[in-house]
Design a protein around this ligand. Structure first.
Ligand code: KG4
Ligand code: ZN
Length: 355
């Protein structure tokens, strides 16, 4: 029997990436992302500027995704879009576009939770299957139930994943997210946004044990990173005025690699300690990571070391599916489509959205 594949067009616009993807069943046909340079000198995303850039990028990005996929408009089964969580003005651009597109083609509309999508990125298949890049782990998928550490600029969660669309957040940050800790520390050091990738780059050349930073003592599987940010601020100020340096800038430029390595080591250890506790208490051995910070080499290496010890089987998504992208929205849309979980034209976008 030759059944037609399910073709999903997906739109992601929750923060500062305008993205569109086309998926045929679980195979990705196109995955286009337009970043926004405009935030670089502000130390973070400026919501108003993000919405305007989405408005400019959305049509060209969708157009490119459709062209690259070779899919005709009449073959698209449904349109999936990020419903939330995210910046409301940004979400509205993608949401409104998706609604109009679905209405014009008279096809179903599928709202997707961005955090759930980061996790389901593990189930995307490359088309044709591509080679694995360094540190990606094996190209197999985790089995249910598994634990997923979702770490991004806005979230830090440990999620118990029972099935594709059945997930429970068992631990989360009580204040700043892990990505925010990277970005804010970078800002304190005068590095541009987003600081996470830069700290990762310098950390590779530094000594992770040179400086000690505090790790918050929070019960259960929860996290806290705001104390680290404050401690880091005082650390830079005080060391900048000791008897070897005259300014914080001098201290930073002389010791950048070691500072970055030590800070990254602290963040990674904090995440790993809670993950170890959860796997032990719940008796789960399949561990996945998701979200922008899962691109971090220190975190990837710490997970792979745990796998080498024989404790866990680790699942690390390819780099292009770690940070925000529409392929992950498409795969989530696909599973929702199979369940008949579609929405009407009166559905809206939400800055806060839970699952
Ligand atoms: O998932 P994502 O693209 O967007 C959100 O939904 O927040 O995550 C972005 C976050 C930023 O905080 C960025 O600094 C961080 O992921 N990030 C990294 C790395 N690559 C991206 N943090 C540490 N190391 C990296 N290599
Ligand atoms: Zn994200």
């Amino acid at each position: 029997m030759n059944t037609k594949p399910v073709i999903i067009l997906a739109i992601e616009s929750s923060c500062d990436e305008t993205a569109a993807a086309v998926l045929s069943d679980t195979n990705i046909l196109a995955n286009i992302i337009a970043g926004q340079e405009v935030h670089k000198n502000f130390g973070g995303v400026v919501p108003e500027l993000a919405s305007r850039a989405h408005q400019q990028n959305i049509i060209p990005v969708v157009d490119e995704a459709l062209k690259k996929s070779g899919v005709k408009r009449e073959d698209i089964s449904a349109v999936a879009f990020t419903q939330g969580p995210g910046l409301l003005g940004s979400l509205l651009v993608g949401g409104s576009f998706a609604k109009a597109f679905a209405q014009a083609l008279n096809i179903p509309l599928i709202p997707v939770n961005h955090m759930q999508a980061h996790i389901l990125a593990h189930f995307i298949k490359a088309s044709p299957p591509g080679p694995l890049s360094e540190g990606e782990g094996e190209q197999s998928t985790p089995s249910f139930p598994f634990l997923c550490l979702t770490v991004s600029g806005g979230h830090t969660q440990i999620v118990l994943v029972k099935d594709y669309l059945e997930m429970e957040v068992i631990g989360q940050t009580t204040d700043d997210a892990a990505g925010e800790a990277f970005d804010k520390a970078a800002k304190i050091m005068g590095l541009p946004y987003p600081g996470g990738p830069l700290i990762d780059k310098y950390a590779k050349l530094g000594n992770p044990l040179r400086y000690k930073f505090p790790q918050a003592k929070i019960p259960g599987y929860d996290f806290s990173f705001s104390g680290l940010k404050t401690a880091f601020m005082y650390f830079i100020r005080d060391n900048g005025l000791d008897n070897t340096c005259t300014t914080p800038e001098e201290f930073i430029s002389r010791n950048l690699n070691d500072i970055c390595a030590s800070l990254q080591h602290t963040i990674v250890q904090t995440l790993m300690n809670k993950l170890r506790l959860a796997t032990k208490e719940l008796g789960i051995t399949h561990v996945a990571i998701a979200g922008g910070v899962s691109a971090n080499s220190g975190l990837r290496n710490a997970l792979l070391a745990e796998q080498e010890k024989g404790n866990w089987k680790v699942f690390i998504p390819p780099f292009e599916y770690c940070t925000d992208n529409a392929a992950m929205i498409a795969i989530t849309g696909y599973y929702k489509f199979l369940q008949g979980d579609i929405a009407g034209q009166d559905t809206g976008t939400k800055a806060r959205l839970y699952f």
